[in-house]
Design a protein. Structure first.
Length: 297
């Protein structure tokens, strides 16, 4: 039955139609942002520009080679490209197009919520990994602060930013639980909470801290527990790959319903799930194991 339901949702999704059960208790839609269909497309800057002319191909290859693992594949102008590098392959994370498809999924809505541009906005990129999102936002004119718990990822992110030649990003090594305005130079117009919630043990507290960082918008993108009930699944995670939690321990996977209850409990002003408008998305989004929200604080 669940498969049939998902199949129908996916089919209708290809025509831009989405059926949702409305729970009057939890939903607080963002009429101004998501009612305005269709939102204009937004595409990542890809391949990445080579703004730093002093960095030769050989030098870049050498710098990439210093790291055993790369979470994203990178492509630069002039045909220079690097694959995902991991000792822990997986069908979802090994999809080279994954960040580009995610960008086309939720960035149009974020841009629309920000009046069409990130120019001059202060953006926080939580758990930035090697800086894919930070660099894209910097290329859109944002002033970005980004952090990750893993020092080697901060080095990688600095390398990417220096090849591209963007200077409007400050990368920091920081643990999520140390995130507060006084540690990061104040609050932000936009907070990117992408791919991190399900690597943490306490989603309610994590969302509370995220809210404290934001003065306008949060973009949340997370794996979810596929239940219609307000359920949280606990599981154990080891810090084995550079995309994982940074310590061994319990991590929590909330369902959509439980996430929306949390938004309400925290007092978020309004929120909407970003609709799937194309079947050209990674399977976890299409099959209801991952979703994104635009939240106004
Ligand atoms: C799945 S990757 C997501 C990367 C990126 N935000 C995205 O969505 O494409 C998870 C990232 O979270 C980082 N991370 C895990 N636990 C963390 C913590 N406690 N504090 C800060 N970063 C953490 C990892 O190092 C990794 O870069």
């Amino acid at each position: 039955m669940a498969h049939l339901h998902q199949g129908i949702q996916r089919l209708l999704g290809q025509f831009g139609i989405k059926i949702s059960r409305i729970d009057a208790g939890t939903s607080r839609p963002l009429p101004d942002v998501l009612a305005n269909h269709p939102v204009p497309d937004a595409n990542p800057v890809w391949p990445l520009p080579r703004g730093n002319k002093a960095m030769t191909n050989d030098r870049i290859r050498q710098d990439f080679g210093r790291y055993e693992a790369w979470h994203y594949a990178y492509e630069f102008e002039g045909g220079l490209s690097f694959p995902i590098k991991t000792a822990f392959p997986g069908p979802l994370t090994d999809l080279v197009q994954r960040p580009l498809l995610r960008y086309r999924h939720f960035m149009p809505y974020l841009l629309q919520a920000c009046g069409g541009s990130l120019q001059g906005k202060r953006v926080l990129d939580i758990a930035c990994n090697s800086g894919f999102w930070s660099v894209q936002c910097a290329l859109l004119g944002a002033n970005v602060v980004a952090f990750d718990a893993r020092p080697e990822l901060i080095e990688q992110a600095e390398l990417i930013a220096s090849i591209v030649g963007v200077e409007n990003i400050e990368f920091r090594q920081l643990d999520f639980w140390e995130m507060r305005p006084e540690n990061l130079g104040g609050t932000f117009d936009v907070v990117l909470n992408l791919g991190i919630l399900y690597h943490l043990p306490d989603p309610l507290e994590a969302l509370r801290l995220t809210r404290k960082m934001a003065r306008d918008c949060i973009l949340l993108d997370t794996e979810i527990y596929p239940s219609r009930k307000a359920t949280i699944r606990l599981r154990w995670e080891e810090p084995r790959a550079i995309r994982s939690a940074n310590r061994s321990g319990i991590v929590a996977l909330p369902s959509k319903q439980s996430l929306e209850l949390m938004f309400r409990d925290i007092g978020m002003r309004s929120w909407s799930e970003v609709p799937l408008h194309t079947g050209e998305m990674p399977r976890d989004y299409l099959d209801g194991y991952r979703a994104s929200w635009l939240i106004k604080v």
